[in-house]
Design a protein around this ligand. Structure first.
Ligand code: ZN
Length: 260
């Protein structure tokens, strides 16, 4: 079921991507003819980044395999980070003198998020930041938004069933000189999850946010497509997959080339 949700999510994301790219393209190329030439900008070509040291040093002597072949393709190539540490913001309860059970639950939620970040930090450097607007990955304590859409076959409005967690991405152009194509990941984790499910949900969604854009068919991987009774820790196969993802070419993190 989660696999289907993920696929749906990915197709929505792909659509968003195409729209963003369309906006970029239209915005940059849709200038008055004759004046456009000096301002034309193309998306960066697909290129691989150097492997982060943590993954370069990763070696699975057991050859446990991976599920890289199940990764979804995106219009910008691999959804990887190339500047480290990756900046992560997550929701925190108010520090005011509120000692309610609701605040305690929020604190526990934030602690479990931190725990999942610590787990992934062994494989890719992550850092906590307090400013949401500067974050690469934003983790919200929200019910995932339901993206209703029209089914082209039936013409009817489809409202997907509520999810407990979701990861979404957006593209933007960072105003460096020259400008760089960047992405930002937003994770939503429902406040209604039980304590034990929060950790596994954040662990799973962080895997997506770090670049594992697909699911494992094996129950003992953190990126298994469905929720299981005893959620597994990050597996060797998860990291084998992550390493392969980071070896792939991407348009992200590269400069927008000036046309002429
Ligand atoms: Zn997933």
């Amino acid at each position: 079921m989660l696999l289907i949700r993920m696929r749906r999510l990915v197709s929505v994301n792909s659509l968003v991507f195409f729209l963003v790219i369309a906006i970029i393209t239209v915005g940059l190329f849709g200038l008055p003819r004759g004046e456009a030439k000096d301002s034309e900008v193309s998306l960066p070509p697909l290129q691989a980044h150097p492997l982060p040291l943590t993954l370069k040093n990763w070696n699975d002597s057991q050859n446990s395999g991976d599920y890289f072949s199940l990764m979804e393709s995106t219009p910008v190539g691999s959804l990887i980070w190339s500047e480290f540490p990756i900046k992560v913001y997550w929701d925190q309860p108010n520090l005011s003198g509120d000692h309610s059970a609701a605040k305690r639950r929020f604190e526990q939620w934030a602690e479990l998020v931190k725990q999942a970040i610590t787990e992934w930090n062994q494989y890719l450097p992550l850092i906590e930041i307090q400013q949401e607007e500067s974050a690469d990955i934003i983790i919200k304590r929200d019910n995932p938004s339901l993206g209703a859409k029209i089914n082209p076959e039936t013409g009817k409005l489809e409202i997907p069933r509520a999810r407990s967690a979701q990861t979404d991405y957006k593209l933007y152009i960072r105003a460096d000189n020259p400008p760089i194509l960047c992405h930002r990941m937003t994770i939503q984790i429902s406040p209604n999850l039980s304590q034990e499910l929060i950790l596994s949900a954040v662990r799973h969604e962080l895997g997506h946010a770090l670049g594992i854009w697909g699911h494992s068919p094996v129950e003992t991987d953190a990126l298994y497509f469905s929720q299981v009774r005893n959620p597994p820790p990050i597996s060797v196969r998860d990291i084998n997959t992550l390493k392969k993802v980071y070896e792939q070419p991407t348009r992200l993190g590269w400069t927008m080339s000036q046309g002429n």
